[in-house]
Design a protein around this ligand. Structure first.
Ligand SMILES: [Zn+2]
Length: 168
């Protein structure tokens, strides 16, 4: 099945997603379809609310759509900053916010706890692009977009640009 990625300001992107209760064949299929949609859109991460499913499921692959060697499918992911690891500023984009990028401050290292599609626990420390990408995707599960982290000035410039593009 081909999934459609919702774009801002779709209100479904603002919902808080619910925990996944069980890994079913349907959930596995959804995760596979999400990975395909992410690669097709040239992304490195996609969260279920971006395709209209308000559940705590994300896919990430920071090796990108060419290499496709680092796919992680994470059920009910939780992140905690690693104490003392500081912060990083990275230019981010989002498949739900086309044609816009901005620097966002994130924790440099995070501990990831989740389940994989076999129900096995995932518990690892992540840094670099993976840490940034995970924070971006887990934000989606709370209804938060990267543009919610930028300055008021940048945000209003973005909204102006969007209004013009949408002819409003
Ligand atoms: Zn995003």
């Amino acid at each position: 099945m081909s999934l459609t990625i919702l774009t801002y300001p779709d209100p479904r992107l603002k919902r808080v997603s619910q925990p996944v209760q069980a890994v079913t064949p349907e959930l596995r299929q959804l995760a596979a379809d999400m990975a395909e949609a992410m690669y097709r859109a040239d992304g490195i991460g996609l969260a279920a609310p971006q395709i209209g499913e308000a559940i705590r499921l994300i896919v990430v692959d920071v090796t990108g759509p060419e290499q496709r060697s680092g796919l992680m499918t994470l059920v009910n992911p939780r992140l905690t900053p690693v104490p003392g690891s500081g912060s990083v500023q990275t230019e981010e984009g989002c498949l739900s916010v086309p044609d816009y990028r901005s620097k966002v401050k994130r924790h440099a290292k995070v501990r990831l706890e989740a389940q994989d599609l076999d129900g096995n626990p995932v518990d690892m420390e992540c840094e670099g692009l993976l840490a940034v990408c995970l924070q971006h995707e887990v934000d989606h599960l709370e209804g938060t977009l990267f543009i919610d982290h930028i300055s008021h000035l940048k945000r209003s410039l973005f909204e102006d640009k969007l209004r013009k593009r949408m002819g409003r």
